[in-house]
Design a binder for this molecule. Structure first.
Ligand code: AMP
Length: 191
């Protein structure tokens, strides 16, 4: 199973990614988590990525693509993977196409979580209070929403045209949303 999970910042991607990946026995690969781990460890990649993340901007495609390519090449991703937070730009879509083609498989589904915009800001401010993420200040939250609208929302149409888009209502409890994702993916044939 090769899946991507999309949705605006605050849509609950990270939580759902873990549930869905566990269910299918595949790794959840979160580019945001990998960047944050590198920032914490003070690696060269972390130092490079941090200034973009702190500003709510996307890390350049070249850096992000290379990181995902390396991660997908690891043995645990051979049976499949769920990408959380990648691709986020049209250039990343093309890169991912190449990476998946290279495995001899196809993308099974692009799941997009749809959430009310006002609810999103509230969720992110709540997360700022509980998790203390450096990029959860109000200004940065708004910038991240804008970058998502400008650079990532167009991807929804790309995957819709390819007939792999699965739209899921992301409102309500975590469990309710997980159940909706499972129900929607039940109908998806695996490559
Ligand atoms: P996330 O945890 O998915 O919200 O990602 C946190 C931050 O990491 C984003 O605001 C970006 O700065 C960076 N990031 C994560 N994924 C990507 C990506 N696919 N392309 C560029 N930057 C990314």
């Amino acid at each position: 199973m090769r899946l991507i999970l999309m949705g605006p910042p605050g849509a609950g991607k990270g939580t759902q990614a873990r549930h869905v990946a566990d269910h299918f026995g595949i790794p959840a690969i979160s580019t945001g988590d990998i960047f944050r781990a590198n920032v914490s460890a003070g690696t060269e990649l972390g130092v490079e990525a941090q200034r973009y993340m702190d500003a709510g901007e996307y890390v350049p495609d070249e850096i992000t693509n290379r990181m995902v390519r390396n991660r997908i090449d690891e043995a645990d991703a051979e049976p499949g993977f769920l990408l959380d937070g990648y691709p986020r730009t049209l250039a990343q879509v093309e890169e991912l196409d190449g990476m998946i083609r290279h495995t001899g498989h196809a993308l099974d589904a692009a799941v997009v979580l749809t959430v009310d915009p006002e609810e999103l800001v509230q969720r992110l401010l709540q997360r700022a209070r509980t998790e203390g993420r450096a990029d959860d200040t109000e200004d940065v939250i708004r910038r991240r929403q804008q970058v998502y609208r400008e650079q990532t929302e167009p991807l929804i149409d790309v995957y819709r045209e390819r007939k792999v888009l699965v739209e899921v209502d992301g409102m309500g409890s975590v469990d309710a949303v997980t159940e909706r994702i499972f129900a929607a993916l039940d109908d998806v044939p695996q490559s």
